[in-house]
Design a protein around this ligand. Structure first.
Ligand code: ZN
Length: 156
């Protein structure tokens, strides 16, 4: 089963990438997968618009979706499917379940590593779930703005 593979990530982790996704076994699964794509989807755009920020592609660990460079605040919008939201608890794909379970475990693990790495660089990290934005995008934006306003460098 393990096959030689190119490095998918620039930085090295303790765990290796699990390899390429298996082909979707049916058209409907392929549609689900595509709608679960991890970036460029609506929720992060919605949040960025509310925060009046642009979605960035940075060299920061994990490439946060929204970055406040001056106040060193990084915001990740996590898709509930790819990042295994504990609230939504979406079912694993029925085919290649083992592969997907490993892949998702790596995603979650990487999220934690990225967060720790950013924090060790002095960044504050905010993770927002896709479903939170769908349910209350204004509330999410407010939470982040509040957190930024409370940063020590902005205290009077
Ligand atoms: Zn969720």
């Amino acid at each position: 089963m393990p096959s030689p593979r190119r490095r998918e990530y620039k930085r090295t982790y303790s765990t290796r990438p699990v390899g390429k996704s298996p082909k979707a076994s049916s058209k409907s699964i392929s549609v689900v997968m595509k709608s679960n794509r991890s970036s460029g989807t609506m929720p992060e755009l919605t949040l960025a618009r509310l925060l009046r920020r642009k979605l960035v592609s940075s060299d920061l660990p994990g490439r946060p979706d929204i970055v406040y460079a001056r106040s060193k605040v990084a915001v990740f919008v996590h898709g509930c499917f790819w990042h295994r939201c504990p609230v939504c608890d979406l079912p694993l794909p029925k085919t290649n379940t083992g592969f997907w379970r490993r892949k998702f475990e790596r995603n979650v693990e990487r999220d934690q590593i990225n967060r720790l790495e950013l924090e060790s660089m002095g960044w504050s990290v905010h993770e927002v779930w896709e479903h939170e934005i769908r349910e209350d995008s204004a509330g999410c934006a407010m939470r982040i703005k509040d957190a930024i306003a409370r940063l020590p460098q902005f205290a009077a």
